[in-house]
Design a protein around this ligand. Structure first.
Ligand SMILES: Cc1cc2nc3c(=O)[nH]c(=O)nc-3n(C[C@H](O)[C@H](O)[C@H](O)COP(=O)(O)OP(=O)(O)OC[C@H]3O[C@@H](n4cnc5c(N)ncnc54)[C@H](O)[C@@H]3O)c2cc1C
Length: 349
């Protein structure tokens, strides 16, 4: 049996590590980049990331750069709210992906770096996984896709960063937000994503106001559609399957553009539906809907807010029941989940 994994970002490298641990199939993994170079702010909950990393024998604590205590939300009229954090960290995502890749290589996966491939290059494989992230380069493109432009700098501050903890700046109309994510001492990711494409203007304003030396520029969009709106999540031919994981099939929490944990979780869901070198696609689809039950209501609430209809946003079917369940998942998210904060964010933007 031959398996191809296209994309060795966080979803693809974790999938390669997990699949190769138990199976003796011939597994090939491809990535266009010569080494991991994660275009992301590297934020996520240490509790959930520790659980996921331990599935492949890695110790998440080794990758942590910074653990926050308080998330400050600063609105455009300068009023602020504080959200207590429950294990929200930034971490060395490139190092984590390198180690996932090493686990896979040790288990016999053939990793082809600097290799951008398409489905045409992969005849002869029984299963092809699309782990190409927002670009979805293997599965068919989505007709009504929604992707959000982002701009981010890795910034050095010397001894005096402008903020000491996680800080975010929601933009008018909830069109997006800016962020300051501390990394190692004196270093942070400063970025912004905005559906009105004002991210450059906002990020440059931040840089002029607070200084710092940009060391790296990252510009890449993020997908907003939940998995239920990213069909097809799989294609089935007579002799082979093509199956998506991670951001390629919308595993990104729409309110925050948070995709690391959902992308890893999608691999766990996939593993539950994969046996005999075949994915039970219906079971995978059900698993994704169950795992990410809260994505679609929040997505619909954001769309209602964008249309200027906050009353409709509050009335989105499933929003309140989802919120009640999500409240029990603070360690998954890395912060306290309070209805008052959500309402404040929707009301004040
Ligand atoms: C600016 C920014 C900041 C973000 N910050 C955070 C954050 O702080 N926390 C969080 O949880 N999420 C964040 N996200 C979202 C998160 O980065 C992604 O959702 C997540 O990394 C998706 O993982 P993935 O493995 O599915 O895709 P990716 O990480 O994008 O990996 C896809 C891989 O596929 C490769 N590839 C693509 N096409 C081909 C091809 N044809 N052949 C071979 N290889 C190919 C690419 O080179 C890449 O390595 C951020 C996103 C952006 C844009």
């Amino acid at each position: 049996m031959k398996v191809a994994i296209v994309g060795m970002g966080v979803a693809g490298s974790y999938l390669a590590a997990r699949l190769s641990a138990k199976n003796s199939w011939e597994i090939h993994a491809f990535d266009g980049l010569s080494r991991p170079d994660s275009r992301c702010a590297w934020g996520g909950s240490k509790y959930e990331l520790s659980k996921l990393a331990s599935q492949v024998g890695l110790d998440y604590s080794k990758y942590i750069f910074f653990e926050g205590k308080n998330l400050k939300v600063i609105f455009e009229d300068a009023h602020e709210i504080d959200i207590p954090l429950v294990g929200l960290t930034t971490f060395d995502k490139n190092g984590f992906e390198e180690d996932l890749e090493q686990v896979a290589r040790k288990n016999g996966v053939a990793v082809h770096r600097g290799a951008s491939v398409t489905l045409k290059d992969l005849s002869g494989f029984d299963v092809v996984f699309d782990a190409t992230g927002v670009y979805r380069n293997v599965l068919p493109k989505l007709k009504n896709d929604m992707i959000f432009p982002n701009l981010e700098y890795r910034v050095e501050y010397g001894g005096s960063p402008p903020f000491r903890d996680f800080t975010v700046f929601p933009y008018h109309g909830l069109g997006g937000y800016g962020w300051f994510f501390p990394l190692r001492e004196g270093e942070a990711h400063v970025g912004g994503g905005d559906r009105f494409h004002r991210q450059k203007q906002y990020v440059e304003l931040f840089m002029r106001k607070y200084g710092g030396v940009p060391k790296k520029t990252i510009a890449r969009p993020v997908r907003m559609l939940p998995p239920s709106m990213c069909e097809p999540i799989a294609l089935e031919g007579n002799n082979h399957q093509v199956v998506g994981v991670g951001e390629s099939i919308g595993c990104v929490f729409p309110l925050l553009g948070e995709g690391i944990i959902p992308s890893l979780q999608s691999v766990d869901v996939l593993m539950d539906s994969f046996s005999g070198c075949k994915v039970d696609v219906e079971s995978y689809r059900r698993g994704l809907r169950k795992k990410f039950f809260y994505f679609e209501p929040i997505f619909r609430a954001i769309i209602a807010k964008w249309k200027g209809n906050w009353a409709a946003a509050k009335a989105v079917p499933g929003l309140i029941p989802s919120f009640i369940k999500v409240k029990a998942m603070e360690k998954r998210f890395g912060f306290q989940i309070r209805l008052t904060d959500l309402v404040e964010i929707f009301n004040s933007t």
